[in-house]
Write a protein that binds this ligand. Structure first.
Ligand code: HAM
Length: 425
């Protein structure tokens, strides 16, 4: 016998019925995005590696250590998408949509990380991007969409961290000051940043190692170096969030891991999750990204949220999945011992009427069909034996014990209507 194969380390199969939780999240997100004026974007899972080297920055940790880069049979170098923002900017440059361009996505992302709970080599993000405006109200709306989404899926134990990273005008002077500070304390940094601090000083700010944290806490603060325009922008974002009743915390060290960010950066952290993997979503403004990918100057703002982490946060907050059975649950299971083709036709017409119906295959006995029906999670059984067939009727009865209604005989023409009534549809 051949060796059994399994999914690669750090990846997961999502199977029914647990995948209902995914349908719930994706469905909720798509509805909120639609209400916010966003359209769906679907893109290739791999791109020219330059999209990411230029987009997220060759110096970023993800580009240096975590990208899945490969050469295809035509000798072209591609990368599996480690994130969704640079590809959206690439599409903007390629297709010249009319700004402001508002898109949402549900996408896998691939990063060669050390797998652990909440950190995977293939994770999945729900996100939005707005390209073609630098209006701080767009920042506030994007942040509010994330906030509303988390609330809609039941989360409440989370905080919004907010910062401004400055822009091309004011950040270089801060980076120089920071570089000077780090050089004077280089011996105190963690081993990785001893080597890279002067090349990319901003990366040290979000280093989690205690040595680096100590050095950073004694160094210059970005906020003291913001120019007036960045200060005004940040103030307007904060005011709009306050007006919507969304509370936020200023976090001066929130610089995020990609080089494309400027001005607004934000992260939502769950207090129910373990510290290192507690970011349920993050994003920010990127006003040079489109230019870096060869387009005209175009501002952008967006966020991405990890589906797996949101599901972990729901579990950690003790949110029940009970109601989800009904999101896509079966309305009825047909138990048919006749194998008459008219039963197949009845099932098809019930499905056309919008009902979710399943059946057993392979000529099983009534008893074993009932077992399959119980396992299916269907609410109601539609039983068809020779007697029912003769009368063009079904016997309808509840499958779960929580309903003691007597079984009833219902004519085929009436099954859809009766089922809908029983199901409260
Ligand atoms: P990110 O912070 O790298 O940002 O990822 C967004 C979210 O994806 C994180 O907050 C987390 O929930 C989830 N996530 C990231 N890496 C993993 C992983 N290895 N395993 C499980 N979940 C993970 C971005 O990707 C930006 N493109 C977001 C953005 C959109 N910025 C502007 N627009």
């Amino acid at each position: 016998m051949s060796k059994e194969l399994s999914s690669p380390n750090g990846t997961h199969d999502v199977l029914p019925p647990q995948s209902r939780r995914w349908e719930f999240l994706i469905g909720t997100f798509s509805e909120l995005a639609r209400r916010g004026g966003f359209g769906l974007i679907v893109q290739p899972l791999f791109e020219d590696v330059a999209v990411f080297n230029r987009g997220i920055g060759e110096g970023s940790e993800v580009a240096r250590k975590e990208m899945y880069v490969f050469t295809d049979r035509g000798d072209r170098t591609f990368a599996l998408r480690p994130e969704g923002t640079a590809p959206v900017a690439r599409a903007y440059v390629q297709h010249h949509p009319t700004p402001p361009w508002k898109v949402w996505y549900a996408t896998p992302a691939f990063r060669y990380e050390r797998p652990q709970a909440g950190r995977y080599r293939q994770h999945h993000q729900l996100g939005v991007e707005v390209l073609g405006t630098d209006d701080p109200l767009a920042d506030a709306e994007v942040i509010a969409l994330a906030h509303d989404f988390y609330t809609a899926i039941g989360l409440s134990n989370f905080s919004l961290l907010l910062n401004s990273m400055g822009d091309r005008e004011c950040r270089p002077a801060f980076v120089d000051t920071l570089r000077g500070h780090l050089q004077s304390r280089v011996a105190d940094l963690c081993p990785e940043h001893v080597a890279t601090a002067s090349e990319n000083p901003l990366r040290v700010i979000d280093c989690k190692k205690p040595q680096c944290r100590e050095v950073i806490s004694q160094g210059p603060v970005l906020d003291d170096h913001l120019c007036e325009a960045c200060r005004d922008h940040f103030g307007a974002v904060g005011d709009a969030l306050d007006a919507m009743g969304i509370s936020w915390i200023r976090q001066h060290t929130l610089v995020r891991g990609f080089d494309y960010y400027n001005r607004t950066t934000f992260e939502f952290v769950s207090h129910a999750l373990d510290g290192a993997q507690n970011a349920i979503g993050g994003g920010g403004r990127y006003d040079q990204l489109v230019e870096d990918l060869g387009g005209d100057p175009t501002s952008g703002i967006g966020f991405g949220s990890g589906i797996e982490r949101l599901l972990l946060a729901r579990v950690a907050e003790g949110i029940s999945d009970d109601g989800l059975d009904d999101v896509r649950g079966l309305d009825a299971f047909v138990i048919d011992t006749t194998r008459d083709v008219r039963v197949t036709s009845l099932i098809s017409s019930l499905r056309h009427a919008g009902l979710a119906i399943d059946r057993a295959y392979d000529s099983k006995s009534m008893r074993s069909q009932f077992k399959v029906a119980d396992r299916s999670g269907a609410a109601i059984a539609l039983i068809i034996g020779p007697t029912e067939l003769e009368k063009n009727a079904v016997t309808m009865r509840w499958l779960r014990n929580d309903n003691d209604m007597e079984p009833v005989s219902v004519a085929w023409d009436d099954v859809a209507r009766t089922l809908k009534r029983w199901r409260g549809k």
